[in-house]
Ligand binder design. Structure first.
Ligand code: SAH
Length: 208
């Protein structure tokens, strides 16, 4: 098996060309073997800058979007990060290199079983997962320094806003199907500041 060195280098060059300047994010993308998080039949496409189908009609996000979302979280290495929508586990693996601990929730158990197998294979030990409805967050672990959604709610659930620390940052796709925007929310002493970053297209957040 090749280790995709050439394809990896080409991908990070593409991302740089698209304006991703954060060296730590690019280095995490070079370190995490994306081929382990895509279906075996699509392994040769693992380093294309494209979203790809995974099991159960879900998708692994496009590397450019993973990079932008990760950068938008402004991680220093010390944070506890909540992720909603583990999916393949790729985004969680990237985050695990850049923060202290990742808490990731997925509603589809078979996806979580597969993601956890990859975390073990890569000897990643700072990701905690659970099956459940991410719209409710993870009250036992709250509050979080950062929250990232990789599935899109029509509008950001109240429970998640409440589980964000003051000065914390949340990055999420928001809106239904055709008109989604990636937004960044900062919690202040008095409320929430929200900015739109770019248009995106994510699978919907499904509430159980
Ligand atoms: N971060 C993932 C992206 C997966 S796609 C990756 O890197 O591969 C989004 C995921 O969100 C899907 O797996 C979907 O099952 C999950 N999802 C949708 N609604 C959810 C909810 N309410 N709670 C938890 N996960 C949810």
């Amino acid at each position: 098996m090749t280790d995709f060195q050439h394809e990896k280098a080409r991908l990070t060059m593409t991302l740089r060309g698209m304006g991703v300047v954060e060296a730590d994010v690019l280095s995490a993308i070079e370190q995490v073997p994306r081929e382990l998080f895509v279906p075996a039949a699509l392994r040769d496409h693992a380093y294309e800058n494209a979203s790809l189908p995974i099991a159960m009609e879900q998708t692994i996000s496009q590397p450019y979007i993973v990079a932008r979302m990760t950068a938008a979280l402004q991680l220093t290495g010390r944070e506890r990060v909540l992720e909603i929508g583990t999916g393949s586990g790729y985004q969680a693996a990237i985050l695990s290199l850049l923060c202290r601990r990742v808490y990731s929730i997925e509603r589809l158990r078979p996806l979580l079983v597969e993601a956890e197998a990859q975390f073990r294979k890569l000897r990643i030990t700072n990701i905690t997962t659970k099956v459940g409805d991410g719209a409710r967050g993870w009250p036992e672990g709250a509050p979080f320094d950062r929250i990232i959604l990789t599935c899109a709610p029509a509008s950001i659930p109240e429970a998640l806003l409440n589980q964000l620390k003051t000065d914390g940052i949340m990055v999420a796709p928001e809106g239904r199907d055709r008109s989604q925007a990636l937004v960044r929310v900062r919690r202040t002493e008095t409320g929430f500041d929200k900015e739109e970053l770019l248009p995106v297209k994510f699978v919907p957040l499904v509430e159980d």
